[in-house]
Design a protein. Structure first.
Length: 183
């Protein structure tokens, strides 16, 4: 059974004569808790879909919280591709390299000691999983896992009804808690 949060919120605001400060505080708390819910939900879904450790995804999602001066919560998702070396369980075999339970054919584990390009110089001294771009020794590129498509799809899907309902539920809880009203 769906609860009608909008009607409950309207009824509470009419009966308790909530002060504007109380409504603002409840709004800020509800926004922040809704954003935390969204962050966790998106991280879990991406982790499950791409079979990536949850910590790796959580570290890429940053929450900018609402406060009295700025009554908005933001999620900043860093959607760059993830180097497959971070997936864990790395093993190299004759066919390629396995990372996170997925085989990457023709890939190899290496620690670059001297790199010809500026992008590769950042990785000097750190082991990573690479693929050759040509038949020559160089250039090589780091093998990465793309998360952009799934993240943008998930956020678009969740920003519909589900987030609105979660916000209304959190706001109802916060306004009743702050004002001392009983529903």
């Amino acid at each position: 059974m769906q609860r009608n949060y909008k009607k409950q919120i309207d009824d509470i605001l009419k009966t308790i004569h909530a002060l504007p400060g109380q409504v603002q505080k409840a709004t800020i708390l509800a926004l922040n808790r809704t954003a935390e819910w969204l962050k966790g939900h998106v991280a879990k879904e991406i982790s499950r879909e791409k079979r990536v450790k949850l910590k790796i995804i959580r570290d890429r999602i940053q929450l900018l919280r609402a406060d009295k001066r700025y009554i908005r919560s933001h999620l900043k998702c860093h959607l760059q591709d993830i180097p497959v070396m971070q997936l864990g369980g790395v093993r190299q075999n004759a066919i390629g390299t396995i990372a996170g339970g997925v085989l990457y054919p023709h890939a190899f584990i290496a620690t670059l000691g001297n790199a010809p390009t500026a992008a590769q110089r950042k990785a000097v001294g750190k082991p990573n999983i690479y693929r050759r771009l040509t038949k020559d020794r160089f250039p090589v590129k780091v093998v990465r896992l793309s998360i952009y498509e799934i993240t943008s799809k998930l956020v678009r899907d969740l920003l519909g009804k589900e987030v609105k309902e979660v916000f209304q539920k959190r706001f109802l809880h916060e306004i009743t808690r702050i004002s001392g009203a009983i529903t």
